[in-house]
Design a protein around this ligand. Sequence first.
Ligand code: B12
Ligand code: SF4
Length: 476
Amino acid sequence: MSGKSVLLIFIQAQGGVDGTASLDNASAGPGLLGSLKESVLSNVIKRAQFAIPPLSLMILSSVQVSGVTQSICDLRFERLPLDRHWDMAGISVQTGAVKPAFELARMLREKGITVVLGGPYVTIFPERCRDHGDALVIGEADDIWREVLEDLRCGDLRDEYRVTSFPDLTVERPVGKSALDIGSYFTTNVVQTTRGCPYSCDFCNVHVMNGHRLRHRAIPAVLREVEAFLREDKRIFFFLDDTINADEHYAEKLFRELIPFGISWVGQATTALGEKPRLLDAFARSGCGALLVGIESLADGSNHAHQKFHNPAIRQAACIRTIREAGICVYGSFIYGLDGDTLDMPGRLEEFIEETGIDVPGINLLRPIPGTGVFDRLALEGRLLHSPDDHDAFRFSWGQEMLYRPRQITLEAFIPSYTALTGRVFTFRNALKRAMRAPRLRSAVLMFNLLYVHMYGTARKDLLRQLGKLRQAPFN
Ligand code: B12
Ligand code: SF4
């Protein structure tokens, strides 16, 4: 039997964190000064891009089956290596990139390459994916991928592989980087210590895909991974857990044990960390440089309307200050346009960002992602601006396009209030100010803020264009 070669592919999303292209390609040029500014910014953007490798494909490519070799192609940086022979391609399908994923699958199948589709979108909407691949992998593929590779080797691939229970993360599965082009990335040190989320925020689908029970990896296995990763790449670590402090005891033990490694790391946490001095100390001493915290709304009513009950608004400001005083930068992620929000929210957000000294603010529009509770509810309430069947229309996660009608504010009033807010918050002057006062990682804080000056600027143009269309054919 001859060896089989497998190409694992990660696709660039059409909008959002992979880089925002203007929706208005026909817009007039920016003029000489504008062009200069744009070109400086586009360089900054390239460097500031959240360029980390897809952990999913690192995990899959680390599954060893004799007679099968695996490579990763990250289309955000690389071209498809079609000059080589591939027996099978595995595509990771995220909701933001469904259409390009299906187009790629068709092209590869036309060339005679077997296509397997997996990832969040396939897990949530297998029936919509069925015709686009030769095989589907539904669910977390850590273990079942071996079966797929073995069946490929024997020429006996099934059309569906369904994971029936969540993989046990206490089983050690070493992750290697040999299938990656390490130099393409800002860092390749991506680690996940837990999966699942005990909360049920209705705009999120992590609890839908990964379940409500928090599953942990064994701490010694994480330490071994960090040690092995450091041998190949000394750069910063990203802990990809959705809430790295979800289990405080586990997190404290893990990060205390990581202190001697001398790494620098970033992750995502809840602001409740500010009320846990021992845990905060472990984070700071183990090299935590920045944390993304999901604040969403400053009004409890708004958060509650979206099933987010943890982190009451009243405690947020003090917690953020304490985290920053411990020397950790805070990326504060907000959502404007939640069901309880009214037109006074932009002023409150602006004041809060100023008052707490948040190092990088992210002011998102509510994005109804297909497969989330909020998507289904807005569809039922007739508040989506596109047909709920057209999932591709919901790909924009950046503030580029309103995808729904806010409950308490007309679109006519909402769009200008949002664009005015981002226009005030994301300025060059504010970018410099935030970088100067950041407790650490000043150049990264500057880059991120500059990136946002550009991205929110592009988004404003797109939104105001949408508003213009809305005025011609009102749908509110
Ligand atoms: C880090 C991260 C990113 C990073 C890196 C991207 C990545 N996916 O690696 C960046 C910042 C680039 C990013 C971008 C986006 N992200 Co993101 N991201 C995450 C985050 C926090 C962790 C991802 C991760 O590594 N998880 C750990 C791995 C092991 O899990 P996994 O990716 O799900 O992979 C498992 C299975 O899905 C499956 N699998 C995955 N791919 C494949 C492929 C094959 C062939 C097979 C067989 C199986 C398989 O097996 C894997 C092992 O169990 C998740 C939240 C989360 N908890 O997953 C959100 C998340 C994946 N992102 C999300 C979104 C919406 C996006 C964007 C579309 C946002 C946007 N428009 O800008 C883009 C899309 C980028 C793209 N090119 O497709 C959503 C996905 C929603 C969905 N249903 O698709 C999530 C779930 C967050 C959320 N709740 O909104 N993201
Ligand atoms: S937004 Fe965060 S806390 Fe809320 S359900 Fe998703 S992963 Fe959990």
